[in-house]
Every structure is written in structure tokens, then in C-alpha cells.
Design a protein around this ligand. Structure first.
Ligand code: ATP
Ligand code: MG
Length: 419
């Protein structure tokens, strides 16, 4: 029995077809240029990793590891997982290739699909894409500030300016230990009202309670003193320096004491970039994670990074018409003109022009319509008449003007016109 369902893409995983793909290319080209301006180079890492990496890296008590991973056994019964994010993979690669031995600072960027088994809604998919950066080897608030500025500028240059850059500091390990004791004490009377996960977290991973998405827990957490009150002098000074640098660079930011972003691997500065006044639209998030490399077995190396969601970035971008255009479209009529048209197309592509040619033998009128639809700047018309005189008719689409030109002069003429 045939089963049509099996012919559909997996739920939550989207096909990206033209012309939509052109906007993706716009973002990706922009990202490469933008990050390279700040000295970042691309890393390309496998989509599959050992499950172990994410369990140890992201933390067993996180949404991702608890319920969102696509995990399966391969033919040798090894547990593999489709990457749900890329920081853990970057750290794994950084350690595996002893990168710290070859350079003191590494600045990486990446882009690609990530996988999370989530409840789908607008802007939330099971295969989605991230573009992110990681900088290894430097502990300096100026780097954190530069990275936040880089993220802000990335969006502004893409035409997205109604942004809020939320920033916070989650302090040092010591600061958090102090804070943990405080909130355990404060939460004790409300223990029964917390969700079962948070009740468990009281003894296992207390700070994660601050990140719980359950309404009742959010209400209880609102009344807790913020972590910012428990920052050491050093942590405060670091955070102050980040803020001063951002002000100097005219990068707007908002202090958000409740921003914690899954406290498992973050240390010190955390940040999130959201579309202003749209509660649901968090475009990107990141922070400093100075313990992560060591925690995964590497030599202690500080690091800071962020990841942005490409789909959500696209949704926030001002919609723009697909302006991609052809330099030349070649139309033909008569029996022999088509072979000539194909040869002319080849000649013009050899001088790097974008050339379309009609392969069907349709009417001149419908071919011209096609040229219009494809946004061609020039049209070359070749028919029996033109063939006889070794010429073509060159039409400028914008003005509608036409003139005859010898085929031998065509290449240079177009070079000149399109320069
Ligand atoms: P959320 O709280 O929305 O679940 P998150 O904290 O899980 O976000 P991160 O892991 O920080 O998200 O990922 C960084 C960015 O990747 C997000 O800000 C978002 O733009 C994007 N992102 C995360 N999960 C998804 C998803 N399932 N579908 C689309 N984009 C996503
Ligand atoms: Mg999530």
C-alpha cells in the first residue's frame, strides 16, 4: 500500500527553495564578511557527535539534554547525537587539535543546521540554523564588549535596528556558590509550590531554577534578590568595564539582572539580543564560558561566544524583493538560431556575465516575457535575419531601445556597457 506521508519532509524540518534561499545567502555572505572584519575564521565541524559530548558539555539538567536531543545508536551501537548547538563541538575540536599549542588566541565562526526535538511554533523548528562565533584564549572585558558590539552591528547592517541587547553578569564560580546558598534558603518555604523539576534542582542544580519556563516557578523566582547583588568586587569591575566599552562604542544595551541563559557553562558575562517589544523573538544569545574547555578535558582556556538563529534573523529582516538579475537573456527564433544562441551564451559566460538562454522553442513574445520576469538588464535577439548578417539585436530592457550589433563586437560592447 502506498503511503503518501513518507514522501513529506520530517516534521519541523523545512525545505528552503528559491527565491527564499537568496535571502539566506544574503545573511550568510554578510556573516562571513562581517566576522572576518573582526578577525574570525570559519570552522566546519561534523553534524554528528558522540552523545557523551553534549551530556558532559551542555549539562544533563538542561532542556536540550533532558528532552530535545536527536539521539540514536549506530550500527556498532555507539550513541550518536545530531548536534543541538555548536559550542560543545567547537570546544571538542579545539581540544582534539591542540589548537592552544599553535596560537594563543583563536577566533572562530560557524554556520549550519542544528537539531532539537522541540514543540514547534513560529520561529521554533526541529532542524534550524545557527550562525555563531567563539573566541578562545582571552579573558578581557574589552573582548566581551567587542563581541556584543559585533553582534549588534551584524543586525544593524542587515537592516534590523529595533533591537535590545540585554546583558548581565552571572559572576564567578565563587559568587554563584554564595548566591546558591542564599536562594536555597529563600526557596525553602516555597518548595512545595515549585515544579517537580525545580524541586529536584534545589539539591542538584539550584541556579537552573532561575531559568525555568513554568509560570509558577517564574512567579516565585521574581521575588528572589538578583545575582547581581552577590557579585564580588572583581566580577563587578569586569562587568563595569564591559558596559563602559559598550558606551564608548555607542552600542546600546539594557541591564537585565534576570538574564541567566542556562547557567551550566556560562561564567561572568551573558547577553541576549531580542527584537524590541516582541517578547518571543530572541534572535541570539551568548556569553563567557571560562570553565568549559577544562571541563571537557582540555587545558584551562577562557572563551566567549554567541549563536544566532538564522530563521529568526530572517523573520526580523525587512522583507526585500528578490533583486537578483541576469546581465543578459538570449532569445531566438528560427531553426538555426538556437545553436548560435547557446554559443553566444558560452562566450559571454566566459567573460563572467550572468547569462540566461531560452531552451524551449517558444514565441518571441513569450521569450521576452521570460526575460522580463528574470530581471534581465539586456536581451539579445537572434533570428534568421540576424544570422544572415552575423549580427544580433541588443535590447536595453530598462529603456526598450534596440540596435543591431555585429556578433564579433558583442563581447566588448557588453563589457563596456556593464562595467
Ligand atoms: P529558547 O529559550 O528560545 O529555547 P535557547 O536558549 O534554547 O532559546 P540558544 O540555545 O541560546 O537558544 O540558541 C541561540 C539562538 O538559536 C536562539 O536565540 C534562537 O534564535 C535560535 N534557536 C534556538 N532554538 C531554536 C529552534 N528550535 N528553532 C529555531 N531557532 C532556534
Ligand atoms: Mg531552547
Amino acid at each position: 500500500m502506498s503511503n503518501n506521508k513518507s514522501l513529506l519532509a520530517v516534521r519541523g524540518m523545512n525545505d528552503i527553495l528559491p527565491p527564499d534561499s537568496s535571502q539566506w545567502i544574503t545573511i550568510e555572505v554578510h556573516a562571513r564578511k562581517h566576522f572576518e572584519q573582526y578577525g574570525y575564521n570559519e570552522v566546519r565541524l561534523p553534524i554528528l557527535e558522540s552523545t557523551n559530548l553534549f551530556e558532559r558539555g551542555i549539562g544533563e539538567d538542561t532542556d536540550i539534554v533532558e528532552k530535545e536531543m536527536y539521539t540514536f545508536l549506530d550500527k556498532k551501537e555507539r550513541s550518536l547525537t545530531l548536534r543541538p548547538e555548536m559550542t560543545a563541538s567547537c570546544v571538542r575540536a579545539y581540544i582534539q587539535h591542540h589548537v592552544y599549542k599553535h596560537e594563543t588566541t583563536s577566533r572562530w565562526y560557524y554556520m549550519g543546521p542544528m537539531f532539537r526535538y522541540e514543540r514547534m511554533q513560529s520561529g521554533r523548528y526541529r532542524q534550524f540554523h545557527q550562525i555563531g562565533v567563539e573566541a578562545f584564549g582571552v579573558t578581557s572585558p574589552s573582548l566581551d564588549a567587542e563581541m556584543i558590539e559585533m553582534l549588534y552591528r551584524f543586525y544593524v547592517n542587515l537592516g534590523i535596528s529595533n533591537l535590545t541587547m540585554n546583558i548581565n553578569s552571572v559572576g564567578s564560580d565563587k559568587d554563584r556558590n554564595v548566591y546558591r546558598t542564599v536562594i536555597v534558603e529563600r526557596l525553602e518555604p516555597y518548595k512545595e509550590e515549585l515544579c517537580t523539576n525545580c524541586q529536584r534542582r534545589l539539591t542538584t542544580n539550584t541556579l537552573r531554577i532561575l531559568d525555568c519556563k513554568i509560570k509558577k516557578c517564574i512567579e516565585i523566582v521574581t521575588h528572589l534578590p538578583p545575582l547581581s547583588q552577590y557579585l564580588s568586587t572583581e566580577s563587578k569591575a569586569y562587568f563595569d568595564f564591559v558596559q563602559e566599552s559598550l558606551s564608548l562604542m555607542n552600542t546600546p544595551y539594557a541591564l537585565n539582572p534576570s538574564l541567566v541563559r542556562g547557567l551550566d557553562y556560562y561564567t561572568s558575562i551573558v547577553f541576549e539580543c531580542a527584537v524590541t517589544q516582541e517578547k518571543t523573538s530572541i534572535l541570539a544569545g551568548g556569553g563567557r564560558y571560562d570553565n568549559f574547555v577544562e571541563q571537557l578535558g582540555g587545558v584551562s582556556t577562557s572563551a566567549v561566544g554567541f549563536a544566532m538563529g538564522t530563521e529568526r534573523t530572517l523573520m526580523a529582516m525587512p522583507s526585500h524583493k528578490n533583486n537578483a538579475s541576469l546581465d543578459v537573456f538570449i532569445v531566438h527564433y528560427g531553426d538555426h538560431a538556437k545553436t548560435q544562441a547557446i554559443q553566444i551564451a558560452q562566450t559571454l559566460r566566459n567573460i563572467n556575465l550572468c547569462v540566461g538562454v531560452e531552451h524551449r522553442s517558444t514565441s518571441l513574445k513569450s521569450q521576452l516575457k521570460q526575460a522580463n520576469k528574470l530581471n534581465a538588464i539586456y536581451v539579445i535577439i537572434i533570428g534568421d535575419d540576424e544570422l544572415q548578417h552575423n549580427s544580433v539585436t541588443l535590447k536595453t530592457m530598462k529603456t526598450g531601445t534596440e540596435h543591431s550589433i555585429l556578433q564579433s563586437e558583442l563581447k566588448n560592447k557588453l563589457k563596456e556597457l556593464l562595467a
